[in-house]
Design a protein around this ligand. Structure first.
Ligand code: NAD
Ligand code: UDP
Ligand code: UDP
Length: 338
């Protein structure tokens, strides 16, 4: 019941409209959870630049104030230090829910995917906001279908080391659809495939950031296993365009948002080497358990219904993150939050 709790602390409320954001379109008030992180901060830049008001909620678990510092004097921007596992009261039009300990070294520690998503859905229900969940290609697990379409239900180990992330996001998708069907919340679900770009955490263990940082530091690139596993790498601005197209569009999803270009880890190492330093080397390390053997999005649904597709190839995108990584490594800023 979408009007439940109307007499309580979290009762449904309305709030005054805001100033126009230019001809023909009202400015929106938008929450971005996890907005101090890698993807979130790029999304916030785009929303601010088109004239909207943005409230970032972040506990700086992996995110950094530095990613948003250029907005601190902007009156349309607010930053709240808050853990989404705890309830919060705000009056907003849209919620982009990105908060999540998203990398292998961090995601074991936190119930964010369940409790955080529930709170943001409760908020969306109370104020009638549209809610967008950033889910992940990990919901497909170690896929038995290739490339992955949104209709594939996945092959996920429920009790493995990665399970709190995969299953956490699967639960978040379930909650999102339950609030949609049961409480009429307007929802959108994005399944994001591996994404890279400036402001990525330097040392959170993802392959692109590892390889780029290792080569800049003149260390060998650590290839796990035989390096023949595949991934598809998307540049962050393409993802941000896809998230906004999904939020503004008429379709719930889920939608795969990723770049269908598929690379083995050995091929990725080669591209990083060509891009940054032709003398770079690799070393092999044992792989982690349950590592998906291959992954590549089928994006026909997003192409057709959102009129979206990525524009930046790996060879075009990699150089765009190198300066940012160089500067942060030279400045001794290892990118850890808190
Ligand atoms: P990130 O770690 O840079 O950003 C996550 C942000 O969430 C950080 O700023 C962190 O401090 C914040 N956060 C974590 N727990 C929180 C909590 N309990 N309360 C408030 N804030 C909290 O990661 P990212 O790559 O920008 O990922 C953003 C979203 O996209 C995540 O939901 C992630 O699962 C999803 N995603 C990312 C990728 C990718 O390749 N980058 C792929 C698939 C899905
Ligand atoms: N919630 C929140 N902000 C709000 C409204 C709800 O943080 O503005 C939280 C609330 O504390 C609850 C969750 O969202 O833990 C789910 O809310 P909902 O109203 O759907 O569930 P109920 O409180 O009725 O169990
Ligand atoms: N990987 C690697 N070297 C590294 C980090 C990761 O070879 O230094 C591999 C990892 O085993 C996986 C792939 O790169 O097969 C992608 O890993 P990442 O953690 O970036 O993303 P995900 O596994 O979530 O797709």
């Amino acid at each position: 019941d979408s009007s439940s709790g109307s007499s309580g602390f979290f009762s449904k409320r309305t709030f005054p409209g805001r100033v126009p954001a230019g001809i023909g379109r009202k400015s929106l008030r938008i929450v971005v959870t996890g907005g101090a992180g890698f993807v979130g901060s790029h999304l916030v830049d785009k929303l601010i630049s088109r004239g909207d008001e943005v409230i970032v909620i972040d506990n700086f678990f992996t995110g950094r104030k530095e990613n948003l510092v250029h907005l601190f004097r902007n009156p349309r921007f607010e930053l709240i230090r808050h853990d989404v596992v705890e309830p919060i009261l705000l009056e907003v039009d849209q919620i982009y829910h990105l908060a999540c300990p998203a990398s292998p070294v961090h995601y074991k520690y936190n119930p964010t995917n369940v409790m955080g998503t529930l709170n943001m859905l409760g908020l969306a229900k109370r104020v009638g906001a549209r809610f967008l969940l950033t889910s992940t290609s990990e919901v497909y697990g170690d896929p038995l279908v290739h490339p992955q379409k949104e209709t594939y239900w996945g092959n996920v180990n429920p009790i493995g080391e990665r399970s709190c992330y995969d299953e956490g996001k699967r639960t978040a998708e379930t909650l999102t659809m339950d609030y949609h069907r049961g409480a009429d919340v307007e929802v959108r679900i994005a399944r994001i495939f591996n994404t890279y770009g400036p402001r990525m955490c330097l040392d959170d263990g993802r392959v692109v950031s590892n390889f780029v940082a290792q080569v800049i530091r003149k260390q060998p690139m650590t290839v796990y296993g035989d390096g023949k596993q595949t991934r598809s790498f998307q540049y962050v601005s393409d993802l941000v365009d896809g998230l906004v197209a999904l939020m503004e569009g008429e379709h719930v999803g889920p939608f795969n948002l990723g770049n269908p270009g598929e690379f083995t880890m050995l091929e990725l190492a080669e591209v990083v080497k060509e891009t940054i330093d032709s003398s770079a080397t690799i070393e092999f390390k044992p792989n982690t358990a349950d590592d998906p053997h291959k992954r590549k999005p089928d994006i026909s649904k997003a192409k057709e219904l959102l009129n979206w597709e990525p524009r930046i190839s790996l060879r075009e995108g990699l150089p765009l993150m190198v300066n940012d990584f160089r500067n942060r490594i030279l400045n001794g800023d290892e990118g850890k939050g808190l």
